[in-house]
Design a protein around this ligand. Structure first.
Ligand SMILES: Cc1cc2nc3c(=O)[nH]c(=O)nc-3n(C[C@H](O)[C@H](O)[C@H](O)COP(=O)(O)OP(=O)(O)OC[C@H]3O[C@@H](n4cnc5c(N)ncnc54)[C@H](O)[C@@H]3O)c2cc1C
Length: 370
């Protein structure tokens, strides 16, 4: 039973946010920055954030050429341009809010590798994509840079072409969430971890949120639970997708410098200091990876190792230091869901595997909506 003191001071809030990933924490920042008097609570089920935001590989993705072309076929030109703008603006918001140093931002560019057996006819569409995005970026962001293939240590026998996206960068995922968390606390946001929200009840003048048998109350609720949203809203259109990531031990004389993608963005790697962070391969076993359970997939991990040996650092010794998984949320139309779902509830989920850059913009849009 709650004490008088708990009821008096620890239960009632102006806004409650469920989920302490990049979206939830950024919603808390947006609310508090706009209204410093607001009493805000974030409820997170894990002791640490336990979804995608602390598990990703740290690419500040705007979208590679092949991914953007694919997305146009699914959502149309206008929606794609809008999505790319939102990712770019999200990244600017994150950088402005916390500072590049605090998130380990490096604007090293993103390189798409075209492998030797790959159909490369989509290269003809580079000018089309540059023209489509030109009104926003005021420059051509995609360019062919085959002259750099050897300098990164790849063999021209394996990689036949390489496209640079000048607007992509990388962040230090751990540093970014650590800084975002600290910033939230500095501006007076309360965060409770180990608080699994099991039910939500809306009445005419308040929201009741049950977490670990404690009923918190607020005027507004923001649901930022991404891949795990179905446990609260079973009818939501969303498919979970697990991603595998590995990190090598430091490698001497590593030539990589930037973020790299291949196989339509399904595989991604970058250097982090002198290690390689490498993830992806979900497309090899879509069914097995359509889960909200963390865990490793040996088949995919073997494939990551194969590409390390044959493509990324051929002829170099390496050891794997860490491997882990994280859970993303996807939809057929590849668009995020930013929505008012009732008088007092707002939903910001389904970041389709590219939320590092997008998360802060989703949060801004959600708070604008509220
Ligand atoms: C392996 C991997 C690699 C990725 N690589 C990239 C990349 O390179 N670039 C990029 O842009 N994006 C990448 N992403 C995607 C990116 O990480 C996500 O899009 C983004 O982190 C989503 O943030 P979020 O806050 O919306 O969701 P999450 O980070 O998943 O946060 C949701 C939070 O809600 C909590 N929660 C869920 N249910 C409840 C409940 N009932 N009660 C309380 N708390 C709850 C969870 O524990 C979680 O902490 C990757 C993701 C993974 C997994």
């Amino acid at each position: 039973m709650l004490s008088f003191w708990e009821k008096n001071s620890l239960i009632n809030y102006d806004s409650i946010i469920i989920g302490a990933g990049i979206t939830g924490l950024s919603v808390a920042c947006e609310l508090k920055e706009r209204n410093p008097q607001m009493n805000i609570l974030v409820l997170e089920r894990g002791i640490l954030p336990s979804g995608a935001s602390t598990k990703n590989a740290g690419f500040a993705c705007i979208g590679s050429l092949s991914e953007n072309l694919h997305d146009i076929s699914v959502m149309g030109e206008e929606a794609l341009v809008n999505l790319v703008k939102n990712r770019h603006q999200g990244l600017q918001l994150l950088r402005n809010r916390l500072g590049d140093e605090a998130i380990g931002y490096i604007g090293s560019g993103g390189y798409e590798l075209i492998l030797k057996d790959q159909d490369d006819t989509f290269l003809n569409k580079m000018e089309y994509m540059n023209n489509l995005l030109f009104p926003y970026f005021l420059k051509n962001i995609f360019s062919l840079c085959n002259y750099k293939i050897n300098s990164f240590g790849f063999s021209t026998k394996s990689v036949k072409a390489m496209i640079l996206n000048s607007e992509e960068g990388q962040i230090d995922t751990g540093k970014m969430i650590h800084s975002l968390w600290n910033y939230c606390q500095k501006i007076g946001v309360k965060i409770i971890t180990g608080a699994l929200v099991s039910s939500i009840h809306e009445t005419e003048n308040k929201i009741e949120v049950l977490a670990n048998e404690i009923e918190f109350k607020s005027s507004q609720l923001f649901i930022c639970t991404n891949a795990f949203t179905k446990t609260l809203l079973p009818n939501i259109e969303l498919t979970p997708g697990r991603g595998q990531v590995i990190a090598t031990k430091p490698i001497q004389n590593l030539k990589l410098n930037g973020s790299y993608f291949f196989d339509d963005g399904f595989f991604y790697f970058k250097n982090f200091e002198n290690r390689i962070i490498f993830g992806g391969g979900r497309n090899l076993q879509f069914e097995e990876e359509r889960t909200t359970e963390f865990g490793s997939n040996q088949f995919i991990l073997d494939k990551l190792n194969y590409y390390l040996k044959t493509l990324i650092i051929p002829n170099q010794e390496y050891e794997i230091d860490h491997s882990w998984s994280g859970i993303m949320a996807f939809s057929e139309n590849k668009l995020p869901l930013v929505k008012k779902i009732s008088e007092r509830q707002f939903l910001g989920v389904r970041l389709n595997g590219m939320g590092v850059a997008l998360g802060s913009k989703i949060a801004k849009d959600l708070v604008d909506l509220a």
